[in-house]
Design a protein around this ligand. Structure first.
Ligand code: GLP
Length: 260
């Protein structure tokens, strides 16, 4: 796991966009794993800018969403399908037909989860997965207690997550209780994972995921098992890390040929 501590959201977004740009250079039809929440938004802004300004081309890219609320009517502005479209895919030249998420309105939920996993497999798997992290250490919507080997399935949200996400819905009562999410086993199969965390409210989750034991109580800690996981942090999110100075030192002295 590589931990990179930067001064704020802008340099974090630039670095993540550099990694995505380099991937598209060598693989124009790459599969991107798309996260929602606030953390990846600066990356989407930066990619939209590079598309406009530099012609960064997403024409052959495929996109797979991480998760989705269950039971929101189609077109609901807070459904992740809509968020991904509004914040990213409609701002670049990704073909909407090449963007897929778990179907939270399906009558047969297990079948919808299976068909999402099948589509992911047919696409050849995720090349680069963007992730945020919940204040309770969840990734996607894999709440504490999630199986470290889990696949896409239904989960029940912890109240802390519903409260954290109430800001998007205007009131807590409107936040669904159920969600579909790629499993931790699914996420581990992405070839490169970039997790972004900013702000002091993430410091404990970051400490647990980077330096705690690998344990279902902090689902993001499963990334310690991933051979290519990058964690991009601002100073506040990194403020509880024991080895912060070592991570800074390693990044400052990183061989220039290495990339992210
Ligand atoms: C939601 C999403 C996660 C996201 C988390 C943190 O629960 N399902 O994918 O990482 O929120 O969101 P934020 O980045 O807004 O703090």
């Amino acid at each position: 796991m590589e931990v990179v501590i930067l001064s704020g959201s802008k340099p974090i977004a630039a670095l993540a966009a550099d990694a995505i740009g380099a991937l598209l250079q060598r693989k124009p039809d790459a599969v991107l794993g798309l996260a929602t929440g606030s953390s990846p938004l600066p990356v989407y802004n930066e990619l939209a800018l590079r598309h406009e300004r530099d012609g960064l081309d997403f024409g052959q890219v495929r996109g797979f969403a991480l998760d989705e609320y269950v039971g929101l009517p189609s077109g609901h502005p807070e459904s992740y399908r809509e968020v991904v479209r509004r914040e990213f895919t409609e701002r670049v030249n990704i073909d909407p037909a090449n963007v897929l998420g778990p179907d939270g309105s399906a009558a047969d939920v297990p079948a919808a989860c299976r068909s999402f996993e099948d589509a992911l497999r047919r696409a050849g798997g995720v090349d680069l997965q963007l992730l945020g992290v919940g204040t309770d250490g969840h990734i996607g919507f894999n709440e504490p207690g999630s199986s470290l080997a889990s696949r896409t399935r239904i989960k029940t949200l912890i109240e802390q997550t519903r409260r954290d996400n109430a800001r998007f819905f205007g009131s807590l009562s409107k936040v669904p209780h159920h969600v579909l999410t790629q499993g931790l086993g699914t996420i581990l199969e992405a070839r490169h994972v970039i997790l972004i965390a900013t702000g002091a409210q993430k410091a404990q989750a970051v400490r647990d995921l980077v330096e705690g034991p690998v344990a279902a109580i902090c689902p993001a800690s499963v990334l310690q098992l991933h051979p290519h996981a990058t964690v991009l942090l601002d100073e506040a999110a990194a403020s509880s890390l024991r080895l912060a100075d070592y991570y800074r030192h390693s990044y400052e002295n990183k061989p220039s040929w290495q990339g992210l």
